[in-house]
Design a protein around this ligand. Sequence first.
Ligand code: C2E
Ligand code: CA
Ligand code: CA
Length: 402
Amino acid sequence: MAAPRVLLLDDEPFQLKLLSRQLANLGLDRVDTFTSGQEALTLLEQQASGVQMIFLDLNMPSMDGVEFIRRLVDIRYTSALVLVSGEDERILDTSVRLARAHHLNVLGHVNKPVQPETIRALLEKWRNQTTPKAAGEARKRYSAAEVRRAVAGGELVNYYQPKVEVMSGALKGVETLVRWRHPEDGLVFPDQFIGVAEEHGIIDDLTRIVLTEALTQARRWREAGLVLRIAVNVSMDNLARLDFTDFVLGQIVRSGATPEELILEVTESRLMTDALASLDTLTRLRLKKISLSIDDLGTGNSSLAQLRDIPFDEIKIDRSFVHGACRDNTRNAIFTASLGMARQLGIATVAEGVEDQADWDFLRQQGCDLAQGYFIARAMPAEDLPAWLTAWETRRPLLALS
Ligand code: C2E
Ligand code: CA
Ligand code: CA
């Protein structure tokens, strides 16, 4: 594979020279260097620039790294990004998270002085991403028109991820996670189109399709003897529509479910436009016995103010506080505090992102109610659930003992 075209941005010419030389030693000879963010952007804005990787110094006097990241989002830069800094690890970590929150493809971060092995590893990662079809396509951003067509054309499919009881290992419910079966790009994940749907008023139609199908699927499972609580994600935009409650109730009746079988997971993925209307909807839903779950608690998507104002039945502790919590003081503290708060409020707890045995053991020790994550199962098409359940039932006795 040809070496990628690289752009280096650092206010210190010496650093640029050093990094260029290191890259050249690794066979990367198509390198453009800039000391000014503005000039780098001018190059990037030209469609034909073909830049495939940027090394960005976070500390620059005129346009700092954070501002540059924002500009990369504006120009819809989708290739790889590497953050470079002489600052401490925590600042680098935060910047990586920020850039990822903007859906930038952050390959990694490096501390100055940059080590050749680090660059080699990043390059390796880039190659893995870029081989057949991945990378560029995987991070593709879709237009509103494309998303609208997908919703109308029936290209959305529901995947379901099991939620199991921590103490017994029993399957209690599933979370509905939408996917887009794209005719050319294959399976597309929601972070590539939910935002667009929210911004362009498509989220209402999308949620209605997902919810209707989820309740239909719940009926099929019920008829097969499997009673599951179905979780569906809703955006604040859905709740701002005053007819939303009636729609949900209508679908519950149509599918023969009881309101208790449905749980709506609410995130505040962008600023609430009409807080009062959302509050109206949430209160009505609760009055009708439909459960509400606060998603991603503590991430900035969902706040304590929401917990105060809205009668939630369930708290989902974000995976950033779950995976690895047993080895990390900060995560552990936030996890334990969330659990304590939920207990005091009499609210059920779900830990997301349970990825390994250590996470699972940690939950059992802490006494969290439900668990969800790759350690248990990934999201899957409805038809795969019975086979997973059979396998899980053989694994379950071992896990319940640990
Ligand atoms: P979420 O509601 O926080 O959903 C959990 C996400 O974490 C899912 O990603 C799931 O596949 C992933 N996940 C589950 N277990 C693990 C684990 O052990 N480790 C890791 N690293 N990840 C895990 P997915 O399916 O890509 O969904 C991303 C987000 O898209 C969801 O986050 C949700 O906010 C949104 N979303 C999905 N479906 C819908 C929908 O129908 N409507 C709306 N409004 N949003 C949706
Ligand atoms: Ca969710
Ligand atoms: Ca979540």
